[in-house]
Design a protein around this ligand. Structure first.
Ligand code: ZN
Length: 400
């Protein structure tokens, strides 16, 4: 028996040495000037290096604690709190699942993460750029560049100016109408994520491209513009700003819903209001507005006088927006095999500055596995698009 164990151990040892030279070795975390801040325990194997997240975040001066019962590594990084779980590809930020991420590995009550994923997290979330030096086994902090998260001061910069500059060249023909289509989320903001990993930002972009194609090919007098053509981040305010500066006749923001219950299903269309029409609309507004934290806003800024002012300005279009929304859900009900949840109102930041009829479409629930499959299918997407395109045409025809 003992002989067998020894044999097996030797075999295993040879196997480990020959196939996967995995070994533990500390790496150095080095500051901008090259001074060693701390040693971080790590596992290395075949060029890939896994860092101990507890050591790493502790070295950066954050509060770190491992919750053995819930198997979570909690990191208090000052402004934001993160919760990492072994094998899970989402990091919870301030209690919400938001950031897609490479899953960390659990080893002896410690979470380890590949060094490239560590670098991404440091840049995207913490605004700390790093370079990994494999020959010295050092992760060095480097001067931050423009990839740093947007802070409050940068909000006054003009990220859509170039875009609008291009637009100026395209003169609109007499009598031509313009619809601005806004694919929700994008870039570092994935929006809702389905149980099979489908992201809201992808669905929104697909449907928006299809909608633009459909409108332009079927209705000669209607032009379209997308607030984003690809997977990039656009702030909520820039989305309506594009529509306003282009003097658009209509603004349609395209989204897919996420809900804590996987049974929630159906489509719904929202218009702007200072007060949510029901608790689920309120929840939705909180989720859709939560992207503001990527834009350097404080959540408290949402509740004050600014809202009332925006609301007053928007009331000019409230009735038009509600008419548009009602017509839209009626046609969607005809075309889609899922329940009609109706027209709702909510304090949606993305709609607050629109100077034209504006709606936000939630095309289905990504959190529901069946609807996630539907939202990915071109059949379902085309049905959504058909209903919206027809509504757009009828509405504009009757109101211009
Ligand atoms: Zn959304």
């Amino acid at each position: 028996m003992r002989k067998k164990i020894i044999k097996a151990s030797v075999f295993l040892l040879i196997l480990i040495i020959t196939t996967s030279p995995l070994y533990a070795e500390n790496i150095g975390l080095v500051d901008v000037e090259g001074r060693l801040l701390n040693e971080v325990s790590a596992w290395q194997s075949e060029g890939s290096v896994l860092l101990d997240l507890r050591d790493l975040f502790f070295s950066l001066g954050f509060d770190v604690s491992w919750q053995e019962e819930t198997q979570r590594l909690e990191v208090d990084a000052g402004e934001d709190e993160y919760k990492f779980r072994p094998g899970k590809s989402l990091v919870a930020v301030n209690g919400e699942n938001l950031v897609p991420f490479d899953p960390p590995h659990l080893h002896q009550e410690r979470l380890y993460l590949e060094v490239n994923a560590v670098e991404n997290f440091m840049t995207e979330e913490l605004g700390k750029n790093t370079t990994w030096n494999p020959s010295r086994s050092q992760l060095q902090l480097v001067e931050a560049d423009e990839s740093e998260p947007v802070d409050a001061d940068e909000r006054s910069a003009d990220p859509v100016a170039d875009f609008l500059g291009e637009m100026d060249d395209e003169e609109r023909a007499e009598g031509e109408l313009l619809v601005v289509i806004d694919p929700g989320h994008g870039g570092r903001d994935p929006g809702a994520i389905g149980p099979n990993g489908l992201m809201e930002k992808e669905v929104a972009l697909d449907i928006s491209h299809r909608l633009a194609d459909r409108i332009e090919s079927e209705y000669e007098q209607i032009e379209t513009h997308l607030t984003r053509e690809e997977d990039v981040f656009v702030s909520l305010e820039d989305r309506t700003r594009i529509a306003n500066e282009l003097n658009a006749d209509m603004f349609i923001s395209i989204h897919a819903n996420g809900h804590h219950s996987q049974y929630a299903r159906g489509f719904e269309v929202f218009t702007l209001s200072g007060e949510a029409s029901d608790p689920s609309a309120e929840e939705l507004a909180e989720t859709e507005n939560s992207v503001l934290k990527y834009e350097g806003y404080d959540a408290d800024e949402l509740d004050d006088v600014a809202w009332i002012l925006h609301q007053l300005r928007a009331t000019v279009h409230t009735r038009d927006s509600q008419d548009l929304a009602r017509q839209m859900v009626d046609l969607m009900e005809d075309k889609l095999p899922v329940p009609n949840r109706g027209v709702k109102q909510a304090p949606l930041w993305v709609l607050k500055d629109a100077q034209m009829p504006a709606v936000l479409v939630e095309a289905g629930f990504l959190s529901n596995p069946q609807e996630e499959r539907r939202l990915q299918s071109s059949d379902y997407q085309e049905s959504v698009v058909e209903a919206i395109a027809k509504t757009v045409y009828h509405y504009l025809e009757n109101n211009h």
